[in-house]
Ligand binder design. Structure first.
Ligand code: SAM
Length: 201
């Protein structure tokens, strides 16, 4: 297990308790991404969220796609405890796995894979994670991402680095390398303090 993974687990041991009451104020676009998937009139049988955290998106996905099995993978057991409670209304078809993505057991054949504010926390591991997405997505499947993109303010990049988030525009090119020029929109947060992006490939 990498040092980065260990550091993240420690970070979320504390942050799990305050995650939902704080993150609404800066993890923008999460609901919009799922609404976007709904408008695509997909009929997925298997949906995966990488780095599902406290299960906010999993619960929305379970409601949006009532016939689908929903799998959430996360390295933090503390975050997954919240996800388990939140998704109890669909416990027969929401499956949670505590593992670094790429090593989980329910591999392959996903119709939709979602990564919401997870890739920006994976440091140098992003490439390997994206390779695993290519492997796990069935032919014609949809990869949907919302995440931080960059900031022109060094102090803010440093602060977010202390919170394990990269803001160097390093993730999007790696996605494009593997998934082509997908539909991307970029948005400003707090008058340009940072930019975030949404992508459907
Ligand atoms: C900022 S949270 C996002 C949670 C959720 N997707 C959301 O949008 O609210 C990032 C999550 O990714 C998880 N994570 C980070 N690296 C991971 C990895 N390599 N494999 C699986 N989960 C990972 C963290 O534990 C954390 O719960």
């Amino acid at each position: 297990m990498s040092t980065n993974t260990d550091a993240l687990k420690r970070y979320y041991r504390f942050h799990a308790a305050i995650y939902d009451s704080t993150r609404w104020s800066f993890l923008f676009g999460r609901s919009a991404l799922i609404q976007r998937l709904q408008t695509m009139r997909l009929q997925p049988r298997r949906v995966l969220e990488i780095g599902c955290g406290t299960g906010r998106n999993l619960a929305m996905l379970a409601r949006a796609f009532p016939k689908a099995d929903i799998v959430g993978v996360d390295i933090s057991q503390d975050m997954l405890e919240h996800a388990r409670r939140r998704c109890s209304f669909a416990e027969d078809r929401v499956f949670l796995e505590c593992a670094p993505y790429g090593t989980q057991s329910r591999l392959g054949g996903f119709d939709v894979i979602v990564a919401s504010y997870a890739l920006s926390m994976m440091g140098d591991g992003v490439g390997a994670v994206l390779d695993a997405v290519k492997r796990d997505l069935r032919h014609g499947g949809v990869f949907a991402v919302v995440d931080f993109r960059d900031s022109r303010f060094a102090f803010f990049r440093r602060w977010m680095g202390c919170n394990h988030v990269r803001l160097d525009d390093g993730v999007l090119p790696q996605i494009r390398e593997r998934f082509g020029e997908s539909v991307v929109s970029t948005h400003h947060a707090y008058a340009g303090l940072w930019r975030w992006f949404m992508l459907v490939a």
